[in-house]
Each structure stands twice: as C-alpha cells, then as structure tokens.
Design a protein around this ligand. Structure first.
Ligand code: PMP
Ligand code: GLN
Length: 385
C-alpha cells in the first residue's frame, strides 16, 4: 500500500494554483483577449534570435560557467556603471540566473531560516511569500493603500523587529505600476542604517519607466547597495519571458553566500542564450529605447479608454495598468474578472490576490505589452461595458 499522498505534510498548505495560470486557462477556454499574465504578444528582435541560433551553431551547447558567461557579466557590470555609477566586480558580484524568479528564490533560501521575518509590501508579486515560508521564514506584510500605493516609511519603521532579517522591494512595481522615487530610497536607506537587514530589490522592470522619470536602483545608494541583492530579468527587457534568463547583483560577501545555494539549485544557466545576450546587450539602444516604446503603448491604452466607466492612474512604469471598476460593478474583483472573460472575452488579473488577506480594491490589472490591434480590440470591449 502506498503511504502517499496521505502522509504528506505540506510545507505550503495554503498555496494553490497561481492566478496567472487560473486566468490564462480561463482566457483560453473562452477564446478571450488575454491581458492577464504579463508577456508580450509580439516577437523579439530577429537580430537577437539570429544571435542565439549562431551561438548554438558555434557549439556553445554544453554547461556554461557556474556564475554565468564572463563576457555577459562584464557587459552587465558596465551597464550598471553607466546607468547608476556603481562598480560591481563581474567575477564575484554578478550571477546569471534562471530568470528573476530563481534569483529571488535562491537569495531567500540562502539567507532566510526558521523564524526570520521578511517585510513585504502588499500588493506583492506572488513569488516572494511562498519562498519565505518554504524556508521557515515569516512574511510580514505591509499593505499599501489603493489611492497611490505609496509607502509610509514611519509605518515601515514600526514593523522592524529584532527578527527582521530581510526586506523585499520592487520598483517599478508589479502590479500597481508605481515607482519608488529617490526620496523613498533615501528613507529606506535611513531606516536600515545600523541594522543587518538585507534588501532584495526586484528590479525586473528597470528599463520600463515613463514620463522622464529615472529608475532609482538600490545600486545608486551606497549604504543600500552594500546590503542589497538586485534581481533582474532579460525576459521583460527583450520581449523573451519564455527564455527565463536573468541576473543577480550583490556585494561579494552576499554573492559568495548566494552562490553556495545557486550552484546546487541550478548550477548554471542556458549557455547559447547567454552568448547571444552578451553581444546584444552591448548596444545600449536595445534597452534604452524600451521606456519610449512602452510609454507609447500605455498612452494608447489610456487614451482609448477616455470616456469609459473605468478609472485609471497612469502607470509610472512596468507594462501593467490598473483600472478601477467600481463605477461598473460592485462584485468582488475575482468574480468580475472571471465575468469579463466569460461574457466579454477579455482577461485581466484581479489584484486582491496580491493584497493582505485578499483585500478587494475593485481594481484589475491589464498587461499592455500587446500589439496595437490587440489593445484596440481590448479597449473597444472596455468602452462597451
Ligand atoms: N518579479 C516581478 C515583479 C515580476 O513581474 C516577474 C515576472 N514574472 C518576476 C519577478 C519573475 O521574472 P522571471 O520571469 O525572469 O523569472
Ligand atoms: N510576471 C508575470 C506577471 O506578473 C507572471 C509570470 C508568472 O506567471 N509567474 O504577469
């Protein structure tokens, strides 16, 4: 007689299927326009695809070095130096990862143990808390208010305890589309002075910031940089979310510890893709043009919604736009999002799933990383509601 599954004591008893899978499957079943999960519905640059094919033909088909391809790490270091004026040693302070998800999971696993508290701002991207919990840590949520999703730094300071080991920030922020300003980063830096708290800074949307604002990476702030593990992703920047290649940047002592876990977690990452990215990343216009590209899509989406019943505060970054629907329905956001798919063939993400205790702000998240035609059809549907 098999003893399983009866004897499984789950480490994650409250975790179910992610909202991205749930809404994506429902969208497919109803042939809906899918603005739910965040991914572009257009192709990456053919030049980048050609570089991957070339790397494969050139024979880069076996394991890559554990920390990542040296030349790719060097280009990342010079990108950070030129954008944020911080020098990282490519050999000891940069690691190539299986997307930002693995960087985040590995960083949490490397540093969080039983009873350690990790402060997380809610709504929060969904991969942080399970990673904390599975390692025995305790996620300490701070709910942001739906008017502007700004952080109240006094409230934040009141949540720091002797058990606080880590804090996770995310700018530009998924799902709210807000960014942290320089003043926020200085407040964070001040709050953490004289502590040993580690920061995970999720900067996957670092190259998608609008209206002339700058991305305030933790690497710009000396004391923050000294305690921070920056996680980023090529998936967002080069329209290749399915490649799952990203990177992690941290001072040598933190990175040394990170790699102890990383080498047994994945050891190394897709080799030909690293070769292609190393060449492609040497041309800054490939990432510097992204702000304007996505700002155009955000503006098209918002303009096409003028006069509709949905309310919006323009996203400051990311490729997500929140829309309030309280003028349209008083259903909870999950029910309304499902009805939008079933009755109107349009899929979005209800953001209550990222809030504390499923708080419902009557707000849905729409991904505008889509072709003009898709955005046109989606906004026509929203205008009719
Ligand atoms: N953090 C945030 C805020 C994200 O939106 C995503 C994208 N899914 C990730 C991390 C994970 O990135 P990746 O797909 O590179 O693992
Ligand atoms: N980052 C993507 C989003 O926020 C989701 C990726 C996933 O499905 N885990 O939509």
């Amino acid at each position: 007689m098999p003893i399983y599954p009866h004897k499984i004591i789950s480490k994650l008893p409250d975790v179910g299927t992610t909202i991205f899978t749930t809404m994506g499957q429902l969208a497919k079943a109803h042939n809906a326009i899918d603005l739910s999960q965040g991914f572009p519905n257009f192709e990456p640059d053919p030049e980048l695809l050609a570089l991957v094919a070339k790397a494969m033909r050139d024979g880069h088909n076996q394991y890559a070095p554990m920390g990542g391809l040296p030349v790719l790490r060097e280009v990342i270091a010079s990108k950070i130096k030129s954008l944020h004026q911080r020098t990282y040693d490519p050999e000891k302070e940069i690691t190539i990862t299986v997307g930002a998800s693995q960087a985040i999971f590995t960083a949490i696993t490397a540093f969080i143990g039983k009873g350690d508290e990790v402060i997380v701002f809610k709504p929060a991207y969904d991969c942080y808390e399970p990673a904390i919990a599975v390692n025995g840590g305790i996620p300490v949520g701070i709910q942001l208010n739906k008017a502007d999703y700004k952080i109240d730094w006094n409230h934040f300071r009141s949540k720091i305890t002797p058990k606080t080991k880590m804090i996770i920030i995310n700018t530009p922020h998924n799902p709210s589309g807000t960014i942290l300003a320089k003043e926020d980063m200085l407040e964070l830096q001040k709050s953490l002075a004289n502590t040993n708290i580690i920061v995970i800074s999720d900067e996957v949307y670092e190259h998608i910031v609008f209206d002339g604002h700058e991305h305030e990476s933790v690497s710009r702030f000396e004391d923050l940089a000294a305690r921070s593990i920056i996680c980023s992703s090529f998936g967002k920047t080069f329209h290749v979310t399915g490649w799952k290649v990203g990177y992690c940047v941290a001072p040598a002592a933190l990175m040394h510890e990170f790699r102890k876990t990383h080498q047994f977690n994945v050891f190394c990452v897709d080799h030909p893709i690293q070769h292609a990215l190393a060449t492609y990343l040497q041309q800054p216009q490939h990432y510097l043009s992204l702000n304007g590209f996505y700002q155009g899509k955000r503006d098209y989406f918002l303009n096409a919604l003028k006069g509709s019943q949905f309310t919006a505060i323009p996203a400051q970054g990311t490729y997500f736009q929140l829309l309030g629907f309280s003028n349209v329905s008083n259903e909870d956001d999950i029910t309304f999002a499902k009805r939008l798919i079933v009755e109107h063939q349009l899929a979005s993400i209800p953001i209550s799933v990222f809030n504390m205790n499923g708080q419902d702000h009557k707000v849905l998240r729409f991904c505008f990383a889509k072709t003009h035609d898709t955005l046109e059809r989606a906004t026509e549907i929203l205008q009719r509601i």
